[in-house]
Design a protein around this ligand. Structure first.
Ligand SMILES: Cc1ncc(COP(=O)(O)O)c(C=O)c1O
Length: 415
């Protein structure tokens, strides 16, 4: 069939007239296909999905009840635009109470987002001119960089390496990149490495940003999911408000991924610019969702509850992986366990397979052991195991963990 004229109209940023014609299959599609193939081969088998990047449970009943109550109020029905004060005030209280960030002005230094992803896609419009550089960590969540490139910006990747506790080496940025760099995007606790930042690292970031006139965007999507101590906010760093913003989200902290609500907080001028672009992008999240999110923010024990569950699962998974030969170390937060991928595996039947990268390991684990993980080959070769697998109850959770142990125990991994 000849191409329709529409094929010729696509913008270069999504592939121009070649849009949709590439044969390349992306990582997550490969995982989906491998799962489908494994199920076709073993119709009675159970795939254990440790690749999921979102909570396995619903929002807490009291938050759902609040949504229901707020959804019935006629005054909440219309366009929310940049929101009312309820979420802003709850966000300022939350930052103070949960993260120890004092003095955030809810009127001028906070604005809601339709999730962090939406904020990350809006902010480049406020900051990026053609030729500007963004410093991004890799592996990582690419949304800010993707949109920066849409605006003609360029991305300089900072590898996250185990020997540096998965913190980027700020000194490694070449001078010619620094000259054109405008934004540094960070994310801690980090997806996919599970690593946490330190107060010293954040202090270094503030110093670096001031010296190099950079804006810092800290994506704190997993901030409150910590297994020990208090969540570490970038905004708790002296001077942070002079250089940047922090993005919080109800998605992971309150099991509210589908609800699409979070907030942006920090530098007043940046918040204002975010709001101006946002006003031209969306019409705000439903006020009932915002108010239910505000309720959740006032109940941080919900997040502690969720984190306790992940922490317990994490303890067992770390032990299982170490028994199978991996070098797993429990992260301080998030729900991700990031471990070096094996170079080879010897099956119980004595067959030895060598893997070129983590992607091959992940594909093999799905097909042969019915265990799904996410491979990362961006800086070394790693597998990401997520403890958000679905279990019907505690005994089902134990059964699944025992099943993982048994399946991995059938293999001898070489590293
Ligand atoms: C690092 C990171 N940032 C942002 C998001 C998106 O979060 P939200 O649901 O708030 O848009 C995700 C989701 O997976 C993430 O991993």
């Amino acid at each position: 069939m000849p191409d329709s004229y529409i094929q010729k109209l696509f913008a270069e940023r999504i592939g121009g007239n070649q849009y949709g014609k590439t044969q390349a299959i992306y990582k997550f599609e490969k995982i989906k296909r491998a799962k489908r193939a494994a199920m076709a081969l073993h119709p009675a088998g159970e795939i254990i999905d440790l690749g999921v990047g979102e909570p396995d449970e619903m929002a807490f009943p009291e938050v759902v009840a609040k949504l229901s109550e707020e959804a019935k109020k006629p005054e909440n029905r219309g366009y929310a635009d940049n929101g009312d004060v309820i979420l802003k005030q709850a966000a300022a209280r939350y930052l103070d109470r949960v993260c120890g960030v004092k003095g955030i002005n809810p009127e001028t230094e906070v604005l809601h987002s339709i999730g962090s992803k939406a904020a990350l896609s809006i902010l480049p419009a406020a900051l990026i001119n053609p030729g500007d550089y963004v410093l991004m960590t890799t592996p990582g969540y690419p949304v800010f960089g993707t949109h920066a490139k849409y605006y003609g910006g360029q991305v300089h990747n900072l590898p996250l390496l185990e020997e540096r506790q998965f913190l980027p080496d700020l000194k490694s940025v070449p001078a010619q990149v620094l000259e054109k760099a405008k934004v540094l995007v960070l994310n801690y606790p980090n997806n996919p490495t599970g690593a946490s930042a330190t107060p010293q690292f954040f202090a270094d970031v503030v110093e670096f940003a001031k010296k190099r006139n950079l804006v810092v965007i800290h994506d704190a999507a997993y901030a409150a999911l910590v297994f020990e101590g208090k969540p570490l906010s970038f905004l708790a760093t002296p001077g942070a408000k002079d250089v940047g913003l922090e993005l919080h989200s109800a998605s992971k902290s309150f099991n509210m991924t589908g609800w699409r609500c979070g907030f942006v907080a920090g530098n007043e001028l940046l918040v204002k610019a975010y709001g101006d672009v946002k006003d031209n992008t969306d019409s705000g999240q439903f006020l009932a969702v915002q108010h239910a999110t505000a309720y959740a923010l006032d109940h941080p024990e919900i997040t502690q509850n969720i984190a306790t569950k992940y922490s317990g699962r994490m303890n067992t998974l770390v032990a299982i992986l170490n028994k199978a030969g991996f070098k797993a170390k429990k992260p301080k937060g998030s729900f991700f366990l990031y471990v070096q991928a094996p170079r080879a595996a010897v099956t119980r039947g004595g067959q030895r397979l060598e893997f070129k990268n983590a992607e091959e390991v992940s594909q093999w684990l799905i097909t042969e052991q019915l265990i799904s993980t996410v491979p990362w080959d961006d800086a070394g070769h790693y597998l990401r195991f997520s403890v958000t697998f679905v279990a019907r109850n505690l005994s089902d959770e134990s059964r699944i963990l025992a099943e993982i142990e048994q399946r991995l125990g059938e293999v001898k991994f070489e590293f």
